[in-house]
Design a protein around this ligand. Structure first.
Ligand code: CTP
Length: 476
């Protein structure tokens, strides 16, 4: 074995033994048959990144004997996958491990759900590896001997940064793997080989068979990875984007015909996603970056000079692309069955991504009030990233806007009804009638203090009420 291989097997064996659940299962099962670490842990070790959970494969032990051996351990055994040859052992001290028998899988219909899984403890580990998606995921390490079983040269591909399918039927067998290819590119820094990209394109239509939740989960992993832009490029090139996010694909090649934008819309969008990625790991902000201009193609109008515009002009021509885009984002994310809170946040970021720069505290208070206090920082990040091209011509107003926001936050300047110096109880006590007019009164007071924060004292607000004729008899 090469030195690097010795290191890999040693690291994988150590990871398995150090993991409380995997270590105990290994100890118990190792007496009866061959136990291997497979999948993500081996791949991540070859890639030199901290491995995720250890998944075990046990060969040569009958399901009943696996079950009996695991049951003797302290903790619990989950049998929900037993029919498919998969057990999950939860150690009493916390942590769990998947213990699988060798399996072969094959499609018995067109869809992801039409799948037959055959488990057989007498199968060789190589046969199990043959049904896996990518060569880099099809490596096993024998945890007793340290032997690396790598029939598809997965290590070589991983070291070369390549994503390659184990079999040419990989995507036909399971279209979800087309999206796993995208998430692998983004998360593991791999590039699909020509043949793999070609196979993705060939089987992209099969993506319609997948349940929305599975698509969403894999797209989410893709956007959460370190290089979603590489994955988006691959998704465009293979036509996969058109199948899973047709509205995003509609930005491909779209000429903005603008003085302010030299890039085609999809290139601009990817640049924004890339800049947002550099700002941190917030996946919803990345979704917002991906969708921020999705409303542009259907909002465009062209002026007499041939320039494109993306807001509703006099006479009703064109549309405000951020409003159209927010509606589209809601539909897209609803279709993907995203949780409501995530939809709300992403849609709101898309809806408010266009705003004139604010240069005064008053304007900053108006902004916070309009977009909501939880959205201001993200909107500024989005705006900072919303630049054209690869040059760092970021909006120079953003640092000043951030400073203004910090100041009004630190000084607790009023930007919402809850920050007013009086509340509904005060109004009631002062004789204001109960009912919807109360909300309108508070809103009127808020508008006043947003314009002039010094008005936010009890005396000033009651004065204001008297002067404005609301509840004439109210007393401070
Ligand atoms: N696998 C596959 N086809 C799928 C899903 C999974 O071939 N549609 C295989 C892969 O070989 C993978 C293994 O099953 O390595 C375990 O899958 P999973 O735990 O989902 O992914 P990992 O690759 O282990 O890692 P991660 O969770 O980080 O994606």
């Amino acid at each position: 074995m090469r030195d690097t291989d010795t290191n890999i097997s040693a690291a994988v064996v150590r990871a398995a033994k150090d993991d409380p659940a995997a270590g105990a299962a290994l100890e118990a099962l190792g007496r009866h048959g061959n136990v291997y670490a497979v999948g993500g842990i081996v791949r991540d070790t070859v890639l030199g990144v901290t491995g995720k959970d250890v998944d075990l494969l046990v060969q040569g032990v009958s399901p009943d004997d696996v079950q009996a051996a695991l049951e003797r351990l302290p903790g619990r055994v989950d049998y929900t996958g037993k029919h498919f040859g998969v057990f999950r052992y939860r150690a009493s001290g916390g942590g769990d491990v998947e213990v699988a028998l060798p399996r072969t899988e094959r499609s018995v219909g067109a869809g992801h759900r039409d799948f037959e899984v055959v488990s057989d403890h007498t199968l060789a580990v190589e046969e199990d590896l043959a049904r896996r998606d990518f060569t880099g995921n099809a490596i096993a390490v024998n945890l007793a001997t340290g032997e690396i079983i790598d029939p598809y040269r997965g290590r070589e591909d991983l070291r070369g940064g390549l994503l390659r399918t184990v079999s040419e039927d990989s995507f036909r067998d399971d279209p979800l793997r087309i999206l796993r290819a995208l998430s692998s590119v983004s998360r593991h820094g791999l590039a699909a080989t020509f043949e793999t990209a070609q196979a993705m394109a060939q089987h992209a239509a099969g993506l319609h068979e997948l349940p929305a939740e599975r698509v969403a989960a894999e797209l989410d992993k893709t956007l959460a990875g370190s290089d979603p832009v590489a994955a988006l490029n691959l998704a465009e090139m293979t036509g996969v984007l058109r199948e899973v996010l047709p509205d995003v694909a509609a930005m491909e090649g779209f000429d903005q015909r603008s003085k302010y934008h030299s890039l085609l819309l999809h290139d601009h969008t990817k640049a924004v996603v890339g800049w947002v990625v550099e700002q941190g790991g917030d996946v919803d902000l990345r979704w917002a970056a991906l969708l921020h201009d999705v409303g542009k193609p259907t909002s465009q109008w062209i002026d007499e000079h041939g320039y494109g515009h993306y807001y509703q002009a006099d006479g009703g021509v064109g549309a405000d692309h951020e409003i159209v885009g927010a509606d589209m984002a809601r539909r897209i994310l609803n279709d993907l069955k995203f949780p409501t809170e995530r939809i709300t946040r992403i849609v709101r970021l898309v809806r408010h991504h266009m705003f004139p720069p604010f240069k005064t505290e008053t304007a900053a208070r108006r902004f916070v009030n309009r977009v909501g206090p939880d959205y201001t920082d993200d909107l500024l990040t989005l705006r900072w990233a919303d630049v054209d091209g690869k040059e760092k011509d970021f909006d120079s107003n953003v640092p000043q806007m951030r400073a203004l926001l910090e100041k009004i936050r630190a000084e607790k300047q009023p930007t919402g009804i809850a920050m007013l110096a009086i509340d509904g109880h005060d109004l009631l006590a002062a004789g204001h009638e109960q009912g919807p007019s109360m909300g309108a009164t508070l809103r009127m007071l808020l508008d006043a203090v947003i314009e002039d924060a010094t008005l936010n004292t009890r005396d000033n607000l009651f004065d204001l009420l008297r002067n404005s004729g609301v509840g004439k008899e109210t007393k401070a």
